[in-house]
Design a protein around this ligand. Structure first.
Ligand code: ADP
Length: 475
């Protein structure tokens, strides 16, 4: 909902007018909901937090709210929520939820947490979205800006809510905000100075219905940008390129190939930036520490954002040489008996698994499965052919994945992740890789992808200990 449609919350208002003495309903008690409520309170607003979860499950959160003297309710949403001037909604609550429909039907404006935080942030905003690579690229941009001496705040979907830091970001500060599709669903005036759409591939279709609907939401990142702002797009990504995005921003392209239209591009294994007629070298691709073709794209995107702020090539190159990536993203865990184990637990969609398969040069035993998100698994065949020696499937999606992959690759089921690791170890030979890259969400068997990745790493440690002490690993 735009401010123009939003009754008495006008975009000409100051932050104080938008927040002070306003009744602000907050739906969802996760990290961003709590941060929103605390920020609202500190600005003189009257937050009220509501969550449908049980009091027992939300004890840690309610303790925090009680300490901050913020009223709340659990176990459902009462009419008090509907008396709010506007609502800030957590990214976890879908637009199809009954409470959302009720709020919309009453004409109460709904905003996302990044929208709310952006009212308060006085610094520049770099917004990073896309189907894959957001956390890696956001972290990398953050590192480059820190190295360049900027007062940098890396936040958003990455774990530290934007609302938790927004009031600390002064006019010289930079917010590097990782943004999920869910957070774009309820923006109104959110306007990043630099917006990056890293790539688009089918994801979260369980929530957004169609790929088209999902893409439309991603494009919202640029809807309030103007000619002074930059929209960075991936020149090699079919979907961002084909769907001519409507924008008033200055469009710039980053590319892992060579094209005169791209501002950041690769020529003869070297990354360059084109500024007006001048072409400057940044770094040889072999000097970039994070591996794989996808990370070359992420590096190119980060370079584009950095040069927009005048950061020098040497500073950018220095960070690219040392930045080791983020845990659970194609992370090399260890080698046992000459077999290398990779933890790519964050590969929760099919495209990221395709990139993992492309990034590893040896034969691979792939561990996949978890909670299905509605996309087709068949792209894995093309990228896995000649590389995948075997597939071990776990979790709810295993039958569906078996349907897609079972005829192409030797495929087995395992009941637990630890079982899957042991099965792979039995099958693999020295020089092979075992890759956890599930193409699915983790929630059927784990609390989060982090917990799944840690369980994988623990299983590898156990395997190594067993191997060292000469035990035989059995089913
Ligand atoms: P996001 O925050 O968008 O989920 P991450 O950086 O956490 O992205 O990476 C998620 C998964 O996607 C990991 O498996 C990672 O190896 C893979 N990945 C990272 N960057 C890209 C990219 N540009 N294209 C495709 N896959 C990627």
């Amino acid at each position: 909902m735009r401010f123009a449609d939003a009754g008495d919350v006008e975009d000409t208002m100051t932050t104080a007018e938008r927040v002070t003495n306003r009744k602000i309903g907050v739906i969802g008690m996760a990290r961003s909901g709590i941060a929103t409520a605390i920020l609202a309170r500190s600005l003189g607003g009257e937050p009220f937090v509501s969550d449908s979860g049980t009091a027992e499950h939300l004890k840690t959160q309610t303790d925090k709210l009680r300490k901050a003297k913020i009223p709340y309710e659990t176990d459902g949403h009462s009419d008090r929520l509907l008396q709010s001037d506007y609502i800030i909604i957590s990214p976890g609550v879908p637009a199809s939820a009954d409470i959302v429909k009720k709020i919309v039907s009453r004409g109460i404006p709904i905003f996302s947490e990044i929208e709310f935080a952006s009212w308060v942030c006085d610094g520049k905003i770099i917004g990073v979205t896309g189907s894959n690579g957001k956390t890696t690229t956001t972290t990398l941009i953050g590192e480059i800006f820190l190295a360049a001496g900027f007062d940098t705040f890396v936040c958003g979907n990455i774990g530290l809510p934007f609302a938790q830091v927004a009031d600390k970001i002064g006019t010289n500060g930079i917010a590097v905000v990782e943004i999920s599709t869910f957070q774009l669903e309820w923006i109104a005036d959110f306007r990043p100075d630099v917006a990056l759409i890293l790539n688009l591939s089918p994801d979260h279709l369980d929530r957004h219905g169609t790929f088209e609907a999902y893409k439309k939401l991603k494009y919202r990142i640029t809807e309030n940008q103007s000619a002074e702002d930059c929209l960075a797009l991936n020149f090699g990504d079919v979907d961002t390129m084909r769907n001519n995005i409507t924008t008033s921003a200055n469009k710039n392209y980053f590319f892992d190939g060579d094209d005169s239209k791209a501002k950041v591009f690769v020529r003869n294994d070297e990354l360059f930036v084109r500024e007006y007629d001048e072409v400057k070298s940044i770094i040889r691709t072999s000097d970039i520490r994070i591996p794989g073709p996808h990370n070359l794209q992420n590096a190119a995107a980060a370079i584009l954002a950095s040069v927009e702020f005048g950061i020098k090539p040497e500073t950018i190159a220095g960070v690219l040489r040392t930045f080791a990536g983020v845990e659970h993203r194609l992370e090399t865990v260890d080698s046992v008996a000459g077999i290398t184990f990779f933890n790519d637990s964050k590969a929760t969609n099919v495209d990221s698994v395709c990139y993992a398969l492309r990034s590893i040069d040896t034969s691979i035993y792939l561990i996949g499965g978890g909670r299905d998100k509605g996309a087709s698994y068949t792209p894995l065949i093309e990228h896995g052919k000649g590389k995948i020696k075997g597939v071990i499937l776990i979790g709810e999606a295993r039958e569906k994945m078996f349907e897609a992959l079972g005829r192409e690759f030797p495929t087995q089921f395992a009941d637990t992740l630890e079982d899957a690791v042991e099965k792979c170890f039995e099958l693999a030979r020295p020089g092979d890789a075992v890759l956890l890259s599930p193409a699915c969400a983790s929630f059927d068997m784990f609390e989060s992808y982090e917990q799944r990745g840690k369980a994988f790493k623990q299983a590898v440690v156990k395997l190594k200990e067993g191997h060292r002490s000469g035990e035989t690993v059995t089913d």
